[in-house]
Ligand binder design. Structure first.
Ligand code: SF4
Length: 316
């Protein structure tokens, strides 16, 4: 059985009663669907900072670029340093995590759209991330991060799971002992999944790798990681998936008879028009690739980037 990937998570999402009101926001998506594949490291930055449970409700106040954490009923208070220090102290313990799921609307854990209030009590039009999230992003800029609420969108859910599995493979297979050979192997295995997301950036990344000098290996690996995760940052489009599948079909054409090829093209086009889910053309392709694809095609993570049991491609 595959080892579970370690994921950071806002503690209230796994049922810990750490919220300001003494409650939790348990997520069945995290606890049931994803827990088969992810092992959670729960963290509550406000509790780590020494705030009590229950505690007065908090919010961000002042300058949106450098807000202070204050209390809803005392906006002159400033407890930012307490929260930021606890968040920074927690960062070294998060080196082994390969993704993070955050609670929405929190001045500490929110990923985006967190309101910052003016001294007159009205919010600025500019919103931002929570103070803990800001530290997390600064320390681990390429870490896949998502809000639990956004995971209920099937495209964002698939994209987050994909990024976690790819980041995990990169960190555990390449970054533990960086070498040009391992980077080349990784790039080759993930080429089609990258192409489905952004063809031009994938080609540019291949050129970058080909020109990488051994003396600059560590810096080069860090740059590769940044660009690789940037390519996967948004869900792939139907057009991107179709182009990649047609490309794979090109590798098979000498072995697959013309009637079967036409059938495959027709199913790919139906997917493109939104009449079939991604699983339909992928299943057909996977019928031929083990026999006719050769090592290069069959090694592609494109076919199985995450466990099939999650059923993610059924909904795309
Ligand atoms: S600080 Fe984060 S983990 Fe703690 S209760 Fe608030 S949202 Fe949940």
């Amino acid at each position: 059985m595959q080892q579970k990937i370690q994921i950071g998570i806002s503690a209230c999402l796994i049922g810990q009663e750490v919220r300001y009101n003494g409650g939790h926001c348990q997520s069945s998506l995290c606890l049931k669907t994803l827990s088969e594949h992810f092992h959670y490291s729960a963290f509550c930055p406000e509790v780590a900072a020494g705030f009590s449970v229950p505690r007065p409700s908090m919010r961000l106040t002042g300058n949106p670029d450098k807000p202070r954490l204050s209390y809803r009923d005392d906006h002159n208070a400033d407890v930012s340093a307490q929260l930021i220090t606890a968040s920074r102290e927690a960062m070294p313990k998060m080196q082994a995590i390969h993704g993070y799921i955050l609670m929405k609307n929190s001045p500490s854990c929110g990923l985006e759209r967190i309101k910052v209030y003016q001294d007159n009590g009205h919010p600025h039009s500019k919103t931002r991330e929570g103070l803990f999230t800001e530290q997390l992003r600064k320390t681990y800029p390429n870490l896949p991060i998502e809000e639990e609420g956004r995971l209920h969108d099937k495209y964002l859910f698939e994209n987050f799971v994909l990024r976690v599995f790819c980041y995990h493979q990169w960190r555990s297979q390449v970054m533990k002992k960086v070498s040009v050979g391992e980077m080349m192997k990784f790039h080759s295995r993930h080429k089609f999944i990258m192409q489905a997301h952004d063809y031009n950036k994938t080609v540019a990344l291949g050129r970058f790798l080909a020109g990488l000098e051994r003396e600059a290996l560590i810096d080069g690996a860090e740059e590769y990681e940044r660009r690789f995760m940037d390519i996967l940052a948004k869900p792939a489009s139907r057009a991107g998936y179709c182009n990649t599948m047609m490309h794979i079909l090109g590798f098979l054409k000498q072995h697959v008879d013309s009637k079967s090829r036409q059938n495959l093209v027709s199913v790919i086009k139906s997917y493109r028009r939104g009449e079939l889910p991604l699983i339909a053309p992928m299943t057909l392709l996977k019928h031929y690739t083990p026999r006719f694809g050769g090592d290069y095609i069959n090694d592609q993570s494109y076919f199985d980037p995450y466990p099939e049991a999650l059923g993610l491609r059924n909904g795309l």
